[in-house]
Design a protein around this ligand. Structure first.
Ligand SMILES: Cc1cc2nc3c(=O)[nH]c(=O)nc-3n(C[C@H](O)[C@H](O)[C@H](O)COP(=O)(O)OP(=O)(O)OC[C@H]3O[C@@H](n4cnc5c(N)ncnc54)[C@H](O)[C@@H]3O)c2cc1C
Length: 295
């Protein structure tokens, strides 16, 4: 079967793109490996009409509505490689299957790599976060930690301090200069330079190497991000280095550098959210559809 479009990645961006294409009465295949970026969090915040809803529930409602269209096919599995060109792209799956489509929308999201600090990864999405707009309000203005992992950690501490009194744990990763120290001071951010030995407790308290335990309401850190598969690269899409990792280059219509290939969501923007992914997906879906008309 030659699909009008293949959407690789069935998270928020991919489903949103597929919905536009389906509603244009085109045949669309969604390929999804089921590993949404926010699967570690119990609740998603900041998405209009679904604030505080479990992230899986938002995706499940979207999927049920999408699959009500008879021209949508959903395949569970992982796309591992790709080739071809406009009007005949081939997407190859881990299980050896392959699918062909006239257009491709890449919505594969990103994966996060956290600093190698004992106790950090286990608390990701529960008490350790990267985005205060998503999870800052629930910390009830308690004391917030920022665990340095990136030059951007200074900026993160400055922003996060709007949600509660903030301690920046430099942990030997950053060494703020005079201007940064002054700026952090203006935001009342306390700088703690003693290295962190582990993260403990339900709220991500910090045990320092000197034995002190700093009680926190929650902890923020900047993860390194990675595009989750080689499909964009194999299709020849231009990829640039973003603040925390590689990002597929797109224009305002979500076109990549390869004719007939579109990209949306976290894989194609520097800082993402469910709302932004849904918006990007709607644009990519409409653009992919119009390229079927206008080439
Ligand atoms: C801990 C945490 C908490 C968060 N909390 C919030 C929040 O409260 N509110 C908010 O707005 N945002 C939140 N976010 C951000 C949000 O998760 C992302 O911005 C959003 O998921 C991006 O949507 P997406 O569709 O681009 O990618 P994803 O939702 O990550 O979806 C990508 C999909 O593509 C699939 N995929 C990847 N590669 C392949 C492949 N090769 N073949 C087939 N399928 C593939 C994946 O399995 C996944 O299902 C949070 C993020 C994290 C890490």
């Amino acid at each position: 079967m030659l699909y009008d479009a293949i959407v690789v990645g069935g998270g928020y961006a991919g489903q949103s793109a597929a919905l536009q294409i389906a509603r244009a009465r085109r045949n669309v295949l969604v390929i999804d490996s089921g590993l949404r970026r926010n699967r570690f969090a119990s609740h998603a915040h900041g998405f209009l009409s679904r604030d505080g809803t479990p992230p899986g529930e938002i995706a499940d409602i979207a999927r049920a509505q999408l699959l009500a269209y008879p021209n949508v096919v959903w395949v569970e599995g992982r796309a591992v490689s790709a080739g071809g060109e406009q009007d005949r792209f081939e997407i190859r799956m881990e299980d050896g299957e392959s699918h062909v489509g006239r257009r491709v929308v890449l919505a594969t999201g990103v994966s996060d790599t956290l600093a190698d600090v004992p106790g950090l990864a286990e608390r990701w999405g529960r008490a350790v976060f990267h985005c205060p707009y998503c999870h800052g309000y629930e910390l009830e203005s308690g004391t917030i930690g920022v665990l340095a992992s990136h030059p951007m950690s200074v900026h993160q501490a400055e922003v996060v301090s709007d949600w509660g009194s903030t301690i920046l744990f430099t942990n030997g990763v950053i060494d703020p200069d005079e201007d940064q120290i002054a700026s952090l001071g203006r935001r009342n951010v306390v700088i703690e330079t003693t290295p962190v030995s582990e993260i403990i407790g339900d709220d991500a308290d910090i045990r320092l190497e000197d034995g002190r335990v700093i009680e926190l309401a929650g902890l923020f850190t900047v993860p390194k991000t990675q595009i989750t598969c080689a499909v964009a690269e194999e299709l020849g899409c231009a990829i640039s280095e973003g603040m925390t990792g590689p990002v597929i280059t797109v224009d305002e219509m979500k076109k990549t550098s390869v004719v007939g290939v579109f990209a949306c969501g976290d894989a194609a923007r520097m800082a993402g959210s469910v709302a932004l992914a849904v918006g990007d997906g709607a644009m990519a879906g409409a653009a992919a559809h119009q390229s079927l008309i206008f080439g």
